[in-house]
Design a protein around this ligand. Structure first.
Ligand SMILES: Nc1ncnc2c1ncn2[C@@H]1O[C@H](COP(=O)(O)OP(=O)(O)OP(=O)(O)O)[C@@H](O)[C@H]1O
Ligand SMILES: [Mg+2]
Length: 148
């Protein structure tokens, strides 16, 4: 487990960038935290690290947005408006691929989640301050967190 504090939106993007640089194909990241805690902001930083040129914004209404850069797929899911019953697409094919996958509000589809992942919880500690807690399930993910 590792904790990091950010004091602005930019610092969160930078943290996402550093974290994104450590990722390998196929990795799955679960992002939890209240509304407006910074899940999408952090994801923007990951996108930057993966060299994605498009603007990454919330996929709430579309459930998923996919990006591609440097021969790497990147999937950004947001299950805020969904329950497990509402997942009428092959979610498993997405998460068991060589893509890097970020999932906001993952526990709305709890039974569909993979066995191994990094969980990043974001806590709103102040107006502009956020506490990030990184934890891992699975050996490959533990290594990523140790490097952070
Ligand atoms: N340290 C910080 N890190 C990230 N965002 C911050 C920080 N301080 C303030 N903010 C503000 O908090 C908001 C975070 O919004 P963001 O869309 O990233 O949240 P979210 O967790 O994805 O929300 P949702 O659950 O609605 O998808 C932005 O308005 C941003 O400007
Ligand atoms: Mg969001």
């Amino acid at each position: 487990m590792k904790e990091k504090l950010t004091k602005s939106e930019i610092e969160t993007i930078n943290l996402g960038f550093s974290f994104g640089k450590l990722l390998e194909p196929g990795m799955v990241l679960l992002l939890t935290g209240d509304l407006a805690s910074g899940k999408t902001t952090f994801t923007k930083g990951i996108g930057k690290a993966l060299n994605i040129k498009e603007t990454i914004n919330s996929p709430s209404y579309t459930i998923m947005k996919s990006y591609h850069a440097n021969n790497q797929d990147f999937y950004h899911f947001d299950f805020y408006r969904l329950t497990e019953e509402g997942v009428d697409f092959d979610f498993e094919d997405y998460i068991h691929s060589s893509a890097i996958t970020v999932i906001e509000w993952p526990f709305n589809v709890k039974s569909l989640l993979p066995n191994e992942y990094i969980l990043i919880n974001i806590e709103i500690t102040n107006d502009n301050e956020r506490k990030f807690t990184f934890s891992s399930v699975g050996e490959q993910y533990e290594k990523v967190i140790n490097k952070l």
